[in-house]
Design a protein around this ligand. Structure first.
Ligand SMILES: Cc1ncc(COP(=O)(O)O)c(C=O)c1O
Length: 430
């Protein structure tokens, strides 16, 4: 094993992959079981060179990779494994610290507090809140609901019928009943439901289906009056608030009890990285703090294991810090603005074509639309089968709808224009 040579090979592989990813078929063409069948059934007895791993990556795995880092990946919420993030992931593995307690990782613990403060400033959230990183928004929501349950056990978690399913899962995990609230004709959660039996309300800023923004100021007012925990799931759209003209999306969040934003969705940070803030850190601490004999607390220090479900914690702050430093606020604003511009441009092409229609308001970088007469599920499948683009569908009020989600830093106007051409060709093909 020669680490320097292998490192060189790995970095060459990564750089040339990013150079050519746009020419690969976006979505994998493979059937369940194909990859396993191509791999040895047992581990090697003797160590193999790194080049053998890379060869199998190219030959056996790459054909079955769906390329999330492809500029024409428009499915679900498109994301970016950015160059700064990739570099930082290497350093994180080299350091391999476990930020469970301050003593175990002083620099990681304090860098995490610093980047959460930086991000709060960028998004216009209160700086005095406690912030830390979890792996995913699913876990962040579990943490928030566990704190809410300890304050008010036995109640109901209310969220929009358009809320991400991770909210229902989190409610189930912490032993709370989950109920959905109807949405209005723009898919926003109604704010006039009864709160008497509520433990928590989860409002979404940027729902998964249509990117609707629930009425957070009204919900915050009602939750404050009723003493109910308000958690805001801004996993996708929260990042938009780095742009002053989009900051409205987090209006009212300063009155929430907790807010989650995922830098691994629309802030150019590789999986996984979810930022959770709370104005009630004591409640999270009560829900999660346990001090076993072998992990004594340090006076005047914060032990991050006491604020969420996991003990072991990766040094995620290093990648978010690297992303914030290497792009700068200006760079992040530029990318978000470009994505919003491209989405609005795409929507204008759809609107101008009588055979197609827009299915929901589009304020960020995601457009929901459909062909008026075709089978839209089949259309999305056909478009994806070309290998040129990847689009996924959802159902809005039971009607199949295609979503074009822009979120990759490498996506250009040409990519979006090609997506429109492919969709139209597929709609007219026999
Ligand atoms: C609005 C919203 N909330 C939460 C989630 C769950 O995020 P994660 O995969 O980080 O758990 C998603 C995922 O797409 C989402 O769209």
């Amino acid at each position: 094993m020669n680490f320097r040579d292998d490192l060189h090979e790995a970095s060459e592989w990564a750089a040339s992959y990013l150079d050519r990813v746009g020419e690969l078929p976006v979505a994998a063409e493979t059937r369940p079981g194909d990859v396993r069948a191509a791999l040895p059934a047992a581990p090697p007895e003797h160590g193999e060179p790194f080049s053998a791993v890379l060869r199998d990556l190219d030959e056996k795995l790459l054909p079955a990779i769906t390329h999330w880092n492809h500029p024409r990946f428009f499915a679900w919420f498109a994301t970016t494994g950015s160059e700064p993030g990739i570099l930082a992931e290497l350093l994180i593995a080299a350091l391999n610290v476990n930020a469970m307690t301050w003593l175990a990782a002083p620099a990681a613990t304090e860098l995490e507090a610093t980047v959460l403060d930086w991000l709060a400033q960028l998004l216009g959230l209160p700086r005095e809140w406690h912030g830390h990183l979890e792996d995913t928004a699913s876990t962040s929501t579990v943490a928030a609901l566990a704190a809410a349950r300890d304050l008010r056990p036995g109640g109901v978690v209310y969220a929009s019928e358009q809320a991400n399913f991770s909210v229902e899962k989190a409610a189930r995990l912490v032993g709370l009943e989950f109920r959905t609230v109807e949405t209005d004709d723009t898919f926003r959660m109604r704010a006039d439901f009864p709160l008497a039996d509520a433990t928590a309300v989860v409002a979404t800023v940027g729902t998964t289906g249509t990117t609707a923004v629930d009425p957070v100021p009204e919900l915050a007012e009602r939750c404050a009056e009723a003493g109910v925990w308000l958690h805001v799931d801004a996993a996708y759209a929260g990042s938009a608030a780095v742009c002053p003209e989009l900051r409205w999306c987090l209006d009212g969040c300063e009155r929430a009890d907790s807010v989650v934003v995922n830098p691994h969705k629309w802030l150019f940070t590789p999986m996984d990285c979810s930022a959770l803030w709370t104005r009630r850190p004591d409640a999270l601490h009560r829900a999660f703090s346990l001090v076993p004999d072998y992990l004594a607390a340090t006076a005047d220090a914060v032990d991050l294991k006491d604020y969420g479900p996991a003990l072991g914690r990766r040094f995620r702050a290093l990648k978010l810090w690297t992303v914030l430093r290497m792009y700068g606020s200006e760079g992040l604003r530029g990318l978000i603005r470009e994505h919003v511009r491209l989405a609005q441009l795409f929507a204008s092409w759809v609107e101008a074509d009588d055979e197609w229609e827009i299915a929901a308001p589009h304020r960020f970088s995601t457009v929901c639309f459909r062909h008026r007469t075709a089978d839209n599920d089949e259309l999305a499948r056909r478009a994806t089968a070309t290998g040129e683009i990847f689009v996924a569908t959802t159902k809005l009020r039971g009607v199949p709808t295609i979503r074009l989600a822009i979120g990759n830093a490498r996506t250009t106007e040409d990519d979006v224009s090609r997506a429109w051409e492919v969709l139209r060709e597929c709609a007219t093909a026999p």
